[in-house]
Write a protein that binds this ligand. Structure first.
Ligand SMILES: *Cc1c(COP(=O)(O)O)cnc(C)c1O
Length: 465
């Protein structure tokens, strides 16, 4: 499989290259030249597979020119063995034809483990083979940092630097990052906000001269294709469990950067009968406004009870835009150039395509806590604030009540105790046993001022040999 950029000017890459690439050199995002397709008979045969077996089958076509099948098999088996539920991604029914897909049984209790556990192992495999070392640099306002650290903690060829805004992430989230032991793991609390962290990361990717000869930066945010690829699997897994491929299924996805729901879109294009995809957002509703008005327009950032969806732009939307414009890279490059300077308007045909599969809803903090309370009282089931937004949108947006609707539960409620407390259900979600002592573990992080040169010399000084 070869990979091309949404903006058409960057070189075509192999899987191995795309894994290490980050943004394309033309500013675009990488996508496979064409998607593998699975027939109804092939999908039916996958019904009896375990999660790792299915993951291997679905992802092999994307990687097989770079990684031999038996090696990939071992990587995938090892990756999903660390999840703490036998089903890896179990489903729970909350109402007639309303299901929740629990994606929080990985090491850091959010769905990002599905992709980042795999990404860490893939990177280590490729780097080992190339006798090469890289540096991961990322900014986090929440779940990405801890999932990336957990995914890469055992990689001997990776130094990892994760920036978080000092005193502006929740204590659970901070401790999940800062209590992981390892000499190659560096948590930096930057004296600034999340945008300052992101700006420092972006500037460092743009000019990597501060790193010694032979080292380069690797991105672990959802612009990395391997993350999207890993997320396709659980859509197939859920649909097959609910009668697919003979029966269509719909999904509602708590959405920030559009990486997770985009994987659902790809699953559909690979042959899975997906009826509807619901984009569920919090007050940061750039995509909901796009679906309702046709305008893609930045707005001010609001802090909400669902911080992992607090974004102003959904970077992966560009990948969908590429298809909405018939894979016309010049049109995408034009649109994104204009978007740099201000708002853009999608064409009528693009909007029609978008609306035929996707719906959207924006859910306020008040509605979020109301849903958490209501579901707890009715089902004795505790949703985290992100999943609650997904569940509300699933109910309000579904077009056909005969089609099973699956809400992706993207985080464990214990990750967001304050939001759950404000729902007034009178219980506090407990951390799972393997994390019960999180508040006693020793933390390690460095507080640094908002100064790019200082940050970069800190990084260079602390690199492993
Ligand atoms: C990252 C995250 C999201 C948003 O996912 P995107 O792929 O950015 O759309 C939703 N919920 C939780 C809990 C997350 O950590």
């Amino acid at each position: 499989m070869k990979y091309i950029s949404t903006r058409g000017e960057a070189p075509t890459l192999s899987f191995e290259e795309v894994l290490l690439a980050g943004l394309a050199s033309d500013g675009g995002l990488y996508l496979p030249v064409e998607l593998p397709a699975f027939s109804e008979a092939q999908l039916t045969a996958m019904r009896s597979m375990s999660y790792p077996e299915l993951a291997f089958e679905i992802m092999l076509p994307f990687v097989e020119e770079s990684i031999p099948a038996q090696d990939f098999r071992a990587i995938v088996d090892d990756c999903y063995s660390v999840f703490r539920h036998d089903a890896v991604a179990p489903m729970v029914q909350l109402a007639p034809n309303q299901w929740v897909l629990e994606l929080f049984h990985g090491p850091t209790l959010a769905f990002k483990d599905f992709a980042l556990q795999l990404l860490g192992r893939l990177l280590d495999y490729v780097l080992e083979r190339q006798h090469r070392k890289v540096v991961i640099m990322g900014a986090t306002s929440g779940d990405t940092g801890s999932a990336a650290i957990e995914g890469c903690r055992r990689c001997s060829n990776i130094d990892i630097y994760i920036l978080h805004p000092h005193q502006r992430v929740s204590e659970v989230q901070r401790r999940q990052m800062t209590t992981v032991p390892g000499e190659r793991i560096h948590n930096i609390a930057l004296q600034g906000n999340f945008d300052d962290c992101q700006a420092a990361v972006k500037a460092s990717f743009g000019d990597q001269g501060f790193l010694p000869e032979g080292r380069s930066l690797v991105a672990v945010n959802s612009i990395n294709w391997a993350r999207i690829m890993a997320q396709i699997v659980y859509y197939v897994y859920a649909a097959l469990a609910l009668g697919g491929p003979q029966r269509p299924v719909s999904f509602s996805v708590p959405t920030g950067n559009f990486g997770d729901i985009f994987a659902g879109y790809l699953a559909r294009n690979m042959g899975l009968p997906v009826e509807q995809l619901v984009i569920a957002t919090n007050r940061n509703d750039v995509l909901h406004r796009l679906l309702t008005t046709g305008a893609y327009a930045r707005a001010e950032l609001h802090q909400t009870l669902s911080p992992s969806m607090d974004i102003t732009v959904s970077s992966n939307f560009e990948r969908l835009m590429f298809d909405l414009y018939d894979r016309d890279a010049t049109a995408v490059a034009d649109l994104m150039r204009h978007f740099n300077d201000g708002d853009i308007q999608l064409s009528e045909p693009a909007m029609q395509r978008l609306g035929s599969l996707f719906s959207s809803q924006c859910v306020s903090d008040e509605e979020t806590t109301a849903v958490i309370g209501e579901v707890y009282r009715r089902n004795e089931y505790l949703l985290d604030p992100h999943s609650a937004i997904g569940f509300k949108a699933a109910r309000d947006c579904r077009r056909d009540s005969d089609v099973p609707m699956v809400t992706l539960a993207t985080a464990h409620p214990a990750k967001f105790p304050a939001a759950v407390a404000s729902a007034g259900v009178g219980i506090e979600p407990a951390l799972p046993a393997h994390m019960a002592d999180l508040f006693e573990r020793e933390e390690r992080f460095d507080v640094l001022p908002k100064d790019l040169a200082g940050l970069q010399s800190f990084m260079a000084e602390h690199l492993s040999a």
